[in-house]
Design a protein around this ligand. Structure first.
Ligand code: PLP
Length: 389
């Protein structure tokens, strides 16, 4: 049996999504900017996809920018907003962002921006009090992820959005609010108006769509200037010929995921809980990382003390089970997310992220629960730190 439990790294593209994409490779292949009927057909498809995505996110069509990926959406939102101010200032994020945001902030710090990295508690949530205190007169931008990619913890985005809205009523320069919703899109309902954000980033390959295509939601009237130069595509924010097959795939995948949101949520949650309960029952000295109140249903992060996560992954891989030590983009380094949660080094070293998708089954979890205890035991026997237990 081959078991894929790394759906937060990427997912399989659904058959119906592939079917949706296929005609746009060699039948409706025009350039959406071209004047002729080939171009008009492509443009029509593009705008249909835009309407679909806008409806799902509760946005207006002119607020939807198709991009090359989640990373690109984050970069356009952050740098584009700051470029529109004619001054440097203060920017706020969290210690547990994906590198697509964190490295933007590190770069901005080098450029002279003052940065605040908010702490999180041991479940991975920021403190609203600390957030309020961190806001300054010269704060320009707040970027806080919706759901964390390693532990699945959800942030209080709606509450942060309304705090910023209130503060903005009495300020000359508005504070802009961006959220990276790459992990939450397709898993829980996203309503940009309810969330109260100015920008929101999503990426198709995390919800059974194709790789290399994302969306940036940009609230109407937001001050943003392009960080790339070329054509006038995508509201002048993302120059370059639109990737129609992938955009069609993104819209279809997003539609699929919202159409079966509740069913998928409960199925995936029950698989996650089955694995969690089985691990706790069968394996001593484990720690479940993250929040058991505010979390995504598809991520389970477990520390197996006294072993190295990488060694466990290699042994699981040999048994045809795929998981990860955290972010696929940060393989090889100790998790900055788990460190921010205050987890000790031993538990960080032994941490594994299992991430579930709608293709996983209960039989697969049974197989993992058969293989995992003996694999962990075998590795612990080789560990000089393990005294049994
Ligand atoms: N943000 C988060 C929270 C992610 O998990 C990822 C991918 O793992 C990204 C951004 C980057 O998305 P993409 O791979 O589409 O660039």
């Amino acid at each position: 049996m081959k078991v894929y439990l790394d759906n937060s790294a990427t997912t399989a593209v659904d058959e119906s999504v592939v079917d949706e994409m296929l005609p746009y490779f060699s039948k409706i292949y025009g350039n959406a900017s071209s004047f002729h009927s080939f171009g008009r057909d492509a443009k029509m498809a593009l705008e249909k996809a835009r309407i679909k995505v806008a409806e799902i996110l509760n946005a207006e069509t002119d607020e939807i920018i198709f991009t090359g990926c989640g990373t690109e959406s984050d970069n356009i939102a952050i740098f584009g907003t700051l470029n529109s101010f004619n001054k440097k200032g203060h920017i706020i994020t969290t210690k547990i962002e994906h590198h697509a945001v964190l490295y933007c902030f590190e770069h901005l710090q080098k450029l002279g921006y003052e940065t605040t990295y908010l702490n999180v508690d041991k479940t991975g949530r920021i403190s609203i009090d600390e957030f309020k205190k961190s806001i300054r007169d010269d704060t320009l931008l707040v970027s806080i992820m919706h759901a964390n990619n390693e532990v699945g913890t959800l942030q209080p985005i709606e509450e942060i959005g309304s705090i910023i809205k209130e503060i903005n009523k009495t300020r000359k320069d508005k504070i802009y609010f961006h959220t990276d919703a790459v992990q939450s899109a397709g898993k829980i309902k996203l309503d940009v108006k309810k969330l109260g954000v100015d920008y929101l980033a999503i990426s198709a390959h995390k919800f059974n769509g194709p790789k290399g295509v994302g969306v940036l939601y940009k609230k109407r009237g937001s001050n943003i200037s392009s960080i790339m130069f070329g054509g006038h595509h995508e509201n002048n924010l993302r120059p370059g010929t639109e990737n129609i097959p992938c955009i069609m795939g993104l819209a279809k995948a997003l539609e699929n995921s919202v159409n079966s949101l509740e069913k998928n949520y409960s199925n995936i949650l029950s698989l996650r809980n089955k694995l969690r309960d089985g691990i706790i029952k069968k394996i001593p000295n484990v720690l479940i990382n993250g929040s058991d109140e505010y979390f995504l249903p598809n991520i389970l992060n477990v520390s197996f003390n006294f072993i190295e996560g990488e060694s466990l992954l290699a042994r699981l891989d040999a048994k045809q089970i795929a998981a990860s030590t955290g972010s696929a983009c940060a393989t090889g380094s100790l998790s900055h997310v788990l460190a921010a949660l205050g987890i000790d080094a031993l538990a960080i070293q032994g941490a594994i992220r299992f991430s579930f998708g709608h293709n996983n089954t209960a039989e697969e979890i049974d197989y993992v629960l058969e293989v995992l205890p003996e694999t962990v035991e075998g590795l612990r026997k080789m560990s000089p730190l393990w005294k049994g237990g």
